[in-house]
Design a protein around this ligand. Structure first.
Ligand SMILES: *Cc1c(COP(=O)(O)O)cnc(C)c1O
Length: 461
């Protein structure tokens, strides 16, 4: 390993065996899965880079904390422990747990939609966030800078809001038709790309000037803070926590899938700065959806593990190694000429499938084709982030085109070694060298909402 990448800041205390099954078997299994790797059994996957959501390893401190879970239905000690950590990190007054990020979204987002024709604006909505915006009867508008769509162009903060466009949208729609501005940090859908402090501040200032609420979708708020420290002028001497707190201070509400930077396998966070009325509404809404407000879908032991994980996720040694692993995989691919979203972001390498397979049109899902070829080549499971994921336009029912047709290689936290990532890189490079053979896909079954999870497909001959 060369000097550019520091070795793991931990040693291994427990192992989980994995195995590679023969290629002939993988070809059959993928066919049976309807050419959708979501339908594969995990035991048929060698290295699983489907997602970084809930797939990480917990620390000895977290496993120790599990034993202290208080499983009381109401007023659990574990709730109060987690609450104190969340309040300390965010400086917000109110905290309610949820079973995961989308649980938080389903109870909070509808509170901002009080009439027809409203929209949320985000740098880029995550898929479940978009789904909950639409289920609440609103529309999701993405407003990211143009550099984000040019994968080969270097920009340190490709998750930034396009501020001119943001103002234009608000003026066009009228500010009272904007339900909220959602700061997605990091910008998952475009490559785990960070948003700069300067841009967050400018965005929040615009929101305030129009009286629009600001919501943080902060599944990876610690990774974003690390990038600010590394890449933005003036933050080198700040701690990760200080940077995170500066961001929290700009917003009204913080929603988090704790399965990411919370370093747990399941959990979600709703934190509200000071709006008591909103807190009461969310408290009322959470009971029938997620559970009583002192557990919100989480068991006591899970709240204990999260209380520890949130703090570990802010440690700089851990973050450096995490971001380095992603960069290592990206560097391996770039050296071989594979086009990726560059620079690499926080949790994954996003391979540009539109550039690899320009012969496959967007509505035949070029990135899904690359994902499938990688599984067959090396038993690695990746995921499509492109037109398959985006679904259909709710107004026209057409497949949504996007210049961003990605295969996401998502790296679970503290789980795989550099050697595993080398196997992944070799597999991707083989697929890349054989790219002319890639074929588009068509549906044999297409669900209406969040279709990518359960769709069945077949290659077009
Ligand atoms: C994962 C994620 C969510 C949804 O969280 P779940 O825990 O998967 O329900 C929302 N927003 C972003 C940015 C995410 O990455």
């Amino acid at each position: 390993m060369n000097q550019n990448y520091k070795a793991e800041p931990y040693r291994i205390k427990m192992v989980e065996p994995i195995r590679e099954i023969p290629k002939t078997k993988r070809i059959k299994l993928l066919k049976n899965a309807g050419y959708n790797p979501f339908a594969l059994k995990s035991e048929d996957v060698y290295i699983d880079l489907l997602t970084d959501s809930g797939t990480g390893a917990m620390s000895q401190a977290q496993w120790g904390a599990l034993m202290q879970g208080d499983e009381a239905y109401a007023g659990s000690r574990s709730f109060y422990r987690l609450e104190s950590v969340v309040k300390h990190i965010t400086n917000y007054q109110y905290f309610i747990p949820a079973h995961q990020g989308r649980g938080a979204e389903q109870v909070v987002l509808p509170q901002f939609v009080h009439k027809k024709g409203m929209s949320f604006i985000s740098n880029m909505h995550f898929d479940t966030t978009r789904a909950h915006v639409e289920l609440a009867g609103a529309r999701a508008i993405d407003c990211v800078i143009d550099e984000c769509f040019d994968t080969a162009k270097h920009h340190p903060f490709k998750g930034n809001f396009n501020l001119e466009k943001l103002k234009r949208i608000i003026e066009d729609k009228g500010s009272d038709n904007i339900a909220g501005i959602i700061l997605t940090i990091t910008n998952n859908s475009a490559g785990g790309q960070p948003v700069s402090m300067e841009n967050l501040e400018a965005t929040a200032k615009i929101a305030r000037s129009y009286g629009i609420p600001v919501i943080i979708d902060g599944a990876r708020f610690s990774e974003n803070a690390y990038f600010v420290k590394m890449r933005e002028e003036g933050y080198q001497d700040h701690s990760i926590l200080e940077i995170a707190q500066e961001v929290f201070a700009m917003a009204d509400v913080f929603l988090m899938s704790a399965k990411k930077d919370g370093l747990v396998n399941m959990g979600g966070i709703i934190a509200i700065k000071d709006n008591e009325q909103l807190f009461k509404k969310v408290q009322g809404a959470i009971v029938p959806m997620e559970g009583f407000p002192t557990y919100g879908g989480m068991s006591g032991r899970d709240m204990e593990a999260l209380a520890v994980g949130l703090q570990e996720g802010l440690e700089e040694d851990y973050l450096r190694h995490r971001i380095d692993q992603v960069r290592y995989l990206g560097d391996q691919l770039r050296e071989a000429g594979v086009p990726i979203q560059y620079p690499t972001g926080g949790h994954a390498v996003f391979v540009d499938a539109k550039a690899i397979a320009p012969h496959i049109p967007y509505d035949q899902f070029p990135a899904q084709s690359v994902v499938n070829a990688l599984y067959i080549e090396s038993g690695v499971r990746a995921v499509e982030i492109g037109s398959l994921l985006l679904g259909r336009d709710p107004d026209t029912n057409e497949n949504i085109d996007t210049p961003l047709q990605f295969m996401r290689l998502t790296i679970p936290r503290r789980t795989y070694t550099y050697n595993h990532l080398k196997v992944v890189a070799d597999g991707v490079i083989k697929v890349f060298n054989d790219r002319k053979k890639l074929k588009g896909l068509t549906f044999t079954y297409e669900p209406q909402i969040l279709r990518h999870f359960t769709a069945k497909m077949q290659p077009i001959k």
